[in-house]
Design a protein around this ligand. Structure first.
Ligand code: SF4
Ligand code: SF4
Length: 92
């Protein structure tokens, strides 16, 4: 598997926030840290509540309700083969 770079371009392209598995309560909880991620140094962060294919799994999302990673430009760019990166490190 390619290593997905923790870049602003990848963060912006990530579709997780419009995914059915990303529940509303998780979006509200994660909003401050996701905004900080956009303006901060992304490389030094070990956890994010977005771009799960580059970081680790989510600490909020718990249920499979569909994954739209296959529609994401990051998936295509790095030739990723898995889905549900939010539920398992490295995807399922
Ligand atoms: S492949 Fe999935 S986890 Fe990775 S950036 Fe795209 S939507 Fe987000
Ligand atoms: S990794 Fe897949 S299932 Fe999880 S939030 Fe992102 S698009 Fe949705």
């Amino acid at each position: 598997m390619s290593v997905v770079e923790k870049t602003k371009a990848n963060l912006i392209a990530c579709k997780c926030l419009v995914c059915p598995s990303y529940e509303f309560t998780c979006k509200v909880q994660s909003m401050p840290s996701n905004v900080l991620l956009l303006i901060g140094d992304m490389d030094n962060r070990i956890h994010a509540e977005k771009l799960f294919c580059a970081y680790e799994k989510s600490s909020c999302i718990e249920q499979k309700k569909g994954c739209i990673c296959p529609e994401c430009e990051v998936q295509k760019k790095y030739d990723l083969k898995k889905v549900y990166y939010c539920l398992e490190d490295g995807g399922k």
